[in-house]
Design a binder for this molecule. Sequence first.
Ligand SMILES: Cc1ncc(COP(=O)(O)O)c(C=O)c1O
Length: 377
Amino acid sequence: MYIEPFGVERWLSKYETVVDYNLTSTSIMPLSINELLEITGEDKDQVKEDIFSLKLSYGVIEGHSDYLTGVASLYHSLQKEQIISTNGGVGASYLTMVTVIEPGDHVVAILPAYQQIYSVPESIGAKIDYLFLEKSPSGYVLDMNKLAALVTPKTKAIVFNNPNNPTGDVIADEYLEQMVEIAKENNSYLICDEAYRGLTHNIGFSTSVADLYEKGISLGSMSKAFAMAGVRLGWIATRDETFMQNANIHRDYTMITTGSIDEYIAALALKHKDEVQQRNIEITQSRATLFKQWLDSEPKLSYAPFKGGTVALPYFDSTLSSEEFCAKVIEEKSVLLMPGFVFGLDKCFRMGYARESEEKTIAGLNRISDFLAKLKQ
Ligand SMILES: Cc1ncc(COP(=O)(O)O)c(C=O)c1O
């Protein structure tokens, strides 16, 4: 089965180990188990004993009950039976697409977005209509009239990513509700990659499609809002029973279980979600402020406001393509940025501002400033 190479991952794997500064990572400074225990106040000896005495069996097929309960608590209207444990957000997205999409199905994909949500349906043989978010001084705008015109009763699913990677935008509730109306009128699934949910800068957890709509499917992850990409855990959350049954049939063929040690650690973080979230949102907010100040001081860059997640999408003023621009920054300054072309965009690059220490972030930004100062327009 042919699938389009994953642009972001290809670029990262080529360069991320050879640069001095990675200023495009979408993670937050990762937690260690020690730091997690300090934040949560859990008894270190007890946790050590729990982990060391865990039997290294498959664990529970549908996922450990504490993990599923913890995930369900991130939604207003869901119980643990409405959560499927997966190998990361990528596992959640892949499993959802192979469950829902069949060759010839019509899908509407809202771009830019994390590539998985459209390249996997494309590889399955879906017919996809793409609708780009439009950049405006207040953020990114989804033209609802265009969306309503594209979605028909033949549309199996509308797929999108909110909070958005690569723009850092968050769709306001009134627009999400309009999207639900359009999906509902056409009996289409509304599938949202919500890996950055929990990191909306002013409110933390933004509204989920799984709470808004019976056929809303939320794809979640421990990697971003919980800063623990190393546990490789994610989830699917939905109230749609038919989907749940079908997804579990597919899941048996691809993962069996997600791993007892990982689930134990994730469940512990979810039990203390407020404390963990506070640590992560504080880092995100303070880096976002620093990053905005830097952007405002760079006359050759422009940007739309970023409101959530850990990334933003600055535009540059130059004859260089996004690939040429980022290749030069790597070559001349050893700083890694993500070129817009991997998202179907040009004259822009994605930056991630929460992964490095403040000191390293500033040092990396200074190198980009040097580069921009010599950049011909
Ligand atoms: C929007 C989005 N979804 C999913 C993922 C994959 O996350 P995970 O580490 O949980 O597999 C990423 C990773 O960058 C992402 O940005």
